[in-house]
Design a protein around this ligand. Structure first.
Ligand code: PEP
Length: 278
């Protein structure tokens, strides 16, 4: 199974929700797919998914590190669960860089998510300065240490180099492989490692075709049903070991890849085993 998790960030509106979710449902997307929506849309999304008995996993983009109390504007893990969330992003690079989320804060949020039975997608990745200074691995090590001892079926790691997010620059296959293998070395071979950073329909095969990639975290492309579906179909094909012509091309950089992902419409993406308990 290769996971595809959409992160709408602070985009979209209720109309988009009512157009995208039914389209995804029609395509039979299942347990390998997640949608991390802005808080106000969680309840409506939960109703849509529940009515369709969908296995698509609903998620939030953030949570409070506190269980309850005088924390105006915050949302607790228990509240997310009440509205049907199964997963939650923790430590997204935009939270770290724009909202000053420190390692201590992300540690507490991880703890809160895991304690409530949510499935955290823990985002780690180096800045451009760290990469250029040869410090990428050290930066990651400090963050990965937070997960030491946590069973690997309780979370996923998303490798999200901050220089590749939102800006249209995708890491090369070699960059991705190197860091994913490093993460699996540190946390164990069974660790689910997703890649996030400008994944689109046209370059998804180059990313998802890598053995070290267990899925993708998708930002802007998750706001288009056709883009997102194309990525999900590619994930399904890669998970089933289908040959993908694009993967035979040299992987100097992913962004120039051919625009055709050759999707197979209608193939259900259902693999419940991994989500046992969530
Ligand atoms: C993200 O926000 O996690 C992300 C990967 O964004 P984008 O796909 O737009 O780079």
């Amino acid at each position: 199974m290769k996971m595809v998790i959409g992160n709408w960030k602070m985009n979209g509106n209720i109309d988009l929700l009512h157009s995208i979710v039914p389209t995804l449902l029609q395509d039979g997307l299942g347990a390998a797919v997640g949608l991390c929506l802005p808080y106000p849309y969680l309840s409506a999304a939960h109703s849509l998914l529940k009515a369709a008995r969908s296995q698509i996993k609903l998620g939030a983009q953030n949570l409070s590190e506190h269980p309850f109390g005088g924390y105006t504007g915050e949302i607790s893990a228990a509240m997310l669960k009440e509205f049907g969330c199964k997963l939650v992003l923790v430590g997204h690079p935009e939270r770290r860089s724009m909202y000053g989320e420190t390692r201590d804060v992300t540690a507490s949020k991880l703890h809160a998510a895991l304690g409530a039975g949510l499935y955290p997608v823990y985002c780690v990745g180096e800045t451009l300065a760290q990469r250029e200074g040869g410090l990428a691995r050290q930066a990651m090590l400090d963050e990965l240490a937070l997960l030491a001892g946590v069973p690997s079926d309780r979370y996923a790691v998303a490798y999200e180099p901050s220089w590749a997010i939102g800006g249209g620059v995708t890491a090369t296959g070699a960059d991705i492989n190197e860091m994913h293998l490093f993460i699996k070395d540190v946390l164990g071979a069974g660790t689910r490692v997703l890649y996030g950073g400008s994944v689109k329909g046209h370059n998804a095969a180059q990313v998802l075709g890598l053995d070290s990639v267990d899925g993708v975290l998708v930002g802007n492309a998750a706001l288009s049903a056709s883009e997102f579906l194309s990525i999900c179909r590619t994930a399904n094909r890669c998970a089933h070991g289908e040959p993908i012509e694009l993967l035979k091309k040299p992987r100097a950089g992913l962004i120039d890849a051919d625009a055709g992902a050759h999707p197979l419409p209608g193939m259900p993406l259902i693999d419940g085993a991994f989500w046992r308990g969530f």
